[in-house]
Ligand binder design. Structure first.
Ligand SMILES: C[S@@+](CC[C@H](N)C(=O)[O-])C[C@H]1O[C@@H](n2cnc3c(N)ncnc32)[C@H](O)[C@@H]1O
Length: 404
């Protein structure tokens, strides 16, 4: 039997993640939408996606959660496990607000997929799916065809350090066939043994996981756990550019706390992601791709950089102090917090930087904003602070307006 058919059978047997009423009730990760909007759709006029494709939707949990977060969006959810789609539709009938989600039984590798689901998606969500599909290139090509020009793909996939890769290599030593999952007290004990060793490395425990997870993620016919550059190459071949990696922001923050981030100038977001991943490989990648490559600010040319426009993202809540009596280079305290990233920072910023955040609206150039401030900010200082705000996703920088 072909690998794809074996994968389908696994999910027909146990629709993922629950296969029951929990799919309607469980609140999941949709906070990530704020990050997607901030980093992946910087050119879009409205960052709330109007049309969303959930690729590999399982029992519908993700689609139901998205509906709650995006009540006006058109949501299409696809899976090739007909049993999973049947479960999702059955659950959908129980909740009035879910009834207009379109659940489609289709294979993501099928060249006719764009015809089946329609194109023009602002956002494609594909979480924990591509690691189980042998023909990755076909899926990425379909995503490229289904996305709008300013749309974004959120792709969550296993990294090369993934704990399942290690377990798949270790468990045959206990006589287990990795293609045939059978739950038993002995298997759970063996997994506990494995946990005691792998968690030393900071990886999560697996011995307590549901059979739905163990049968398809640890066991199962295929588990592609690739490096970031391998996933990026798959994207590039389909005309999709890497825009961000969820875990990189935290690593960047640690660099910035030690005031070492100027060493990374003039690298783009994608280049910083690549650099950080080499130092600290993820076990699970949460990646953002878009058709448009990131417009890279000219970090080394003052005159050019000041023509760019600054716009705070909605990824953080910033407690901006009131302008009040100003000494423009005095440091002021503020807090910056992001629910989506689960980050909170106490910060000190000079008044001129606060002014950039207050007045930056994506319309005026940075030079225009700074001209209103009676203080000449040295370029290395300005660039250092902007670089920090930009890589933490606090601001976006947009190329000079063509209207000007
Ligand atoms: C691990 S589950 C993830 C489900 C969901 N995205 C989540 O994170 O809860 C993987 C899903 O991808 C689906 N899948 C795998 N290969 C597929 C393919 N070629 N076409 C469509 N769906 C596929 C499986 O049927 C399964 O429901």
């Amino acid at each position: 039997m072909k690998i794809a058919d074996q994968v389908r059978q696994t999910y027909d047997r146990r629709p993922y993640p629950f296969g029951n009423n929990k799919a309607l009730k469980r609140r999941s990760w949709t906070l990530v939408l704020e990050w997607v909007g901030a980093i992946g759709r910087t050119e879009a006029r409205n960052t709330a996606p109007a049309r969303v494709l959930v690729a590999g939707c399982g029992d519908g949990t993700e689609a139901f959660n998205l509906r709650r977060r995006l009540p006006d969006a058109e949501i299409v959810a696809v899976d090739f496990s007909t049993r999973s789609i049947a479960v999702a539709r059955r659950l959908q009938r129980r909740a009035k607000e879910m009834r207009d989600i379109r659940f489609v039984a289709a294979d993501l590798t099928d060249p006719r997929l764009p015809a089946k689901v329609g194109g023009g998606f602002d956002l494609i969500i594909c979480h924990g799916v591509l690691s189980y599909i042998p023909r990755t290139a076909r899926v990425m090509r379909n995503f490229g065809r289904c996305l709008k020009a300013d749309g974004a793909l959120y792709l969550a996939v296993n990294g090369s350090r993934h704990v399942n890769t290690r377990l798949r290599q270790a468990l045959p030593a206990f006589g287990y066939d990795m293609n045939a999952f059978q739950d038993s007290p002995r298997l759970r004990s063996v997994l506990k043994l494995c946990d005691t060793v792998v968690t030393v490395d900071g990886l999560p425990r697996v011995s307590g996981h549901e059979p739905e997870f163990l049968s398809s993620d640890v066991f199962g016919p295929l588990n592609q756990s690739l490096t970031l550059s391998q996933w990026v190459r798959h994207g590039r071949r389909a005309g999709l550019n890497l825009r961000g990696n969820w875990s990189s922001i935290r690593l960047f923050r640690r660099i910035a706390e030690n005031d070492l981030h100027p060493l990374l100038i003039p690298r783009s977001r994608a280049q910083v992601v690549d650099f950080l991943e080499r130092l600290s490989p993820s076990q699970f990648h949460r990646l953002l791709f878009s058709k448009k490559a990131e417009a890279t600010p000219p970090w080394e040319r003052r005159g050019q950089l000041l023509k760019w426009r600054i716009v705070p993202t909605r990824l953080y809540r910033i407690g901006l102090p009131k302008p009040g009596k100003r000494v423009l280079d005095r440091l002021r305290r503020l807090t910056i917090a992001s629910r989506a990233l689960n980050l909170s920072m106490a910060w000190r910023m000079p008044e001129w930087e606060l002014e950039l955040l207050r007045r930056g609206d994506g319309g005026r150039s940075m030079g225009g904003v700074l001209r209103r401030i009676p203080l000449s900010v040295p370029f290395p200082e300005l660039r250092k602070q902007l670089y920090l705000l930009y890589h933490l996703g606090i601001i976006n920088l947009l190329p000079p307006s063509t209207r000007a």
